[in-house]
Every structure is written in C-alpha cells, then in structure tokens.
Design a protein around this ligand. Sequence first.
Ligand code: GDP
Ligand code: GDP
Length: 435
Amino acid sequence: MANIVAIVGRPNVGKSTLFNRLVEQRQAIMDNQPGVTRDRHYGYADWTDKYFTVIDTGGYVVGSDDVFEESIREQVQIAIDEASVVLFMVDAMSGLTDLDKDFANVLRRSKKPVFVVANKSETVMRQNSVGEFYALGLGDPYPISSLTGTGTGDLLDEVVKHFPTPGVEDPNAGIPRIAILGRPNVGKSSFLNVLIGEERSIVTDIAGTTRDSIDTRYKAFGKDFILTDTAGIRRKAKVKDNIEFYSVMRSLKALEESDVVLVMLDATRGLEAQDMNIIGQAVRAKKGVVLMVNKWDAIEKDSKTADQWKKEIVQRMAPIDYLPIVFASVLEKQRIFQVMEKVMEVYENKSKKIPTSKLNDAMQPEINAYPPPATKGKMIRIKYMIQLPTPSPTFVFFCNLPQYIKEPYSRYLENKLREHFGFDGVPITLFFRQK
Ligand code: GDP
Ligand code: GDP
C-alpha cells in the first residue's frame, strides 16, 4: 500500500504551491513516462528515502464561494479515505478564519494523523504568531513557507514517521495502463462490466470528484492493470449531446495515457474505416495494440472464419502485420481471460530491453546475409546497434552513410528484430545514425 499525503484547506492558503514544491523534482522525471498527464492534482514525492503520493485535494473540488460547506465535506472525505497523513493548511498571513474552524471540526473526527501547517510563514513575525492555530485543537502548528521552502523539511521529518511503509518510487510502476477503445456498440461497456463488475479492487480512487481521478487500479482474472478511461463505466447513460465529439476526445486522451490499447472490433460488422483509424492512431502513438474481435458468438462461422478474418485485417493494415487478434464474446464470456493475457504479454513486449551484445549477435549475421544495397557506388556498412531506454522499443543502427538506408531495408531490419526477439503487438522505431 502506498503512502499518501493529502493537502486540505480553504482556497488560497497555498495548497497547490506546496504540492508543486513537493512533487517538483520528481515531476520532471515522471512527465517523461507514458501515461502521465499534466493536468492532475496528485504526484509522487520523496523525503529521506521515503516515497509517497501527494494529493492536492483542493484541485479536485470545483465550486464557487457559496458551496464551501460542500467543498469541505468533499475534500475532507477524500483526505480521510485515501491518505495516510493529512496536511491541514492554514494561512499565517491572514490568520485564523471561521472556515478553518469548520475544516478542523470535521478533521478532528477522523482517525488519520493531521498536521496543522501554517503556510506563508516566511517572516519571523509570522512564525511567532502561529500560536493562534492551537485553537484548532489539532496539535502543534508547523510554520512553513511553500514559496521559499522554509520549514518544509522539519514538517516532512515528522510526516514520514507516520508512514506504514517506506513506500515505492512509483506505486504503479510495472502495472500496464490499458485503454479500451472501439466504435459505439462494439461492446466496450459490457466488457468493462465483465472485467471490473465482479472482482473489483481499487487501490486509490476518488469517486465522483473528477473523471481524471488518481490512477485506478483493478485486478481481474488474476491481472493487475489500470484503466485509462473509466468514464465509460460511470457515464454510460449519458448520450446525445456532442456525443461524437466527446467520444473522440475521450478516446484520444485515453489512448495517449495508456501503454496498451485494446481495440474492440465487431464480428458482425467487419473491419471498418473507424476501426482502422483507431488502430492507426495507436500505432503512430507507439502504443502496444491488441485486437479483440467481439460478438464472435453472433456470427455464422466454420473452421476457416478466424483465419479469414486475420488475413483480411493483415491485408488492410499492411504493412502492420504484428498485432495479436483474439476472437471473443463478452456476452458468453468467451476468451476474456485470453484477451487479458494478450494485453499483459504485449505490455511485457513493449517494456522489453535487449542487451547490446545479444542484439548484435543476432542482427549482424542478418545484415551480413543481406547487406544494405550500395547507393551511388557507395558501400553502406552498419557497424553496430543499440536499443534506447525509451518507453517503446527504439533501436539505433550506427552506419557510415545513414542517409542511404531506404524504407525497404529498414523494414527488413524490423522484421528480423521481430523474428529474433518477438515484439508482438508493439510498434518498433528504427533510427540510423552516422558513426
Ligand atoms: P490554494 O488555493 O490553496 O491551492 O493556494 P495557491 O497555492 O494557489 O496559493 C494562493 C496564493 O498564495 C498564491 O498567490 C501563492 O503565490 C501564494 N502563496 C502560496 N504559498 C505562499 C507562501 O508560502 N508565502 C506567501 N507569501 N505566499 C504564498
Ligand atoms: P459500447 O457502446 O461499446 O459500450 O457497447 P455495449 O457494451 O453497450 O454493447 C452494445 C450491444 O452489444 C449491447 O446490446 C450488448 O449486449 C451487445 N454485446 C456486447 N458484447 C456482445 C457479445 O459478445 N455478443 C453479442 N451477441 N452481443 C454483445
């Protein structure tokens, strides 16, 4: 279980300033990871080798000045439900307010450790005045300045003492993020219900506050995963208004945030332009892709039908011929497990790193057997190659004249890489560099 620190408090006390300070250094790293969005109010932080997740609860609560009561209730609820430690922020510049007292009344009833954080205490005068916050009945106030960082070290020294575990750097590292996409009526909601309807285990979820909530982890069919678009579950009934526009936007966002895209196709309709479009987008975004042909129960078929389907898909997607296809029925719960297994497999493929020596041992003989064709009377020599430590498989081939390596030869190398190392379902990127 992850360590979670929630920051609560009325508007403008400096919650997001503190949040940014805490997650700042690590943010730069995390933002380069796939599936990390910028518009969020949680992030990862560390202090003295203890790792934790920070939630700026204020960021989750939308409301105008006259819904304070509601906003307090929501924020505090989030904090109490999710956090290991609550930072209750007040403003040393403006002093104690009635709203602070309202927050305190609710917080005093929770069983979680609560720290009163008197922010904006960058001057000695303000530091000396924080005594008034004892009146909140929540223990010693900690004078800090989120702006300058004054006092935050002393606060964190105390906070980390309350963590049940040292925590992990990124609690969701190694857990695949999945987007389930497909055109309307293909069976997405039905599939989601089968997946998470029964065996649902949420690690962290803030229901009802925002759609872009903190990562929601599920476990179903023995697999851990994160769904990058949970809206389909919650808002199934909402149709009509701008449905087309929103559904396109939503799938784009879900796709962007995921590692593996599960594209659902409808067996009763065949591969359509819209399907090709989704698959094309996923491949361009370098996501892992699994094709699930749903409603397999609903069509007439013989022993050849599946192969015909495969052939047609490969033909139409050419040159993309490496996407695994599972024929399934959500209705009859057929091959749902296989779908999830494929998703996991593709995720592993996407994360795979081939050591340089193994890579060269396998590929040099292939290059010698079929070297790049000479161009303008010049020999093209590929000297060696490496895999880059990128989120999706990327290889650099070092050669004397990289500009003369053409598409067909690049495809030859890609095919050989796939033959040797099996990157089923995963787009591969090749670069040619001068050496
Ligand atoms: P939130 O609404 O609680 O998230 O508050 P913000 O983080 O948006 O901060 C509200 C205002 O207070 C902003 O203008 C900040 O620059 C300012 N602020 C935040 N922390 C400090 C601090 O430690 N000292 C001072 N003087 N101002 C601060
Ligand atoms: P969504 O729009 O993609 O979320 O699709 P839904 O999950 O709402 O499903 C659309 C319709 O297809 C519903 O009537 C489902 O009962 C039906 N459906 C879903 N999966 C299957 C399946 O495997 N076989 C058959 N025959 N019908 C299915």
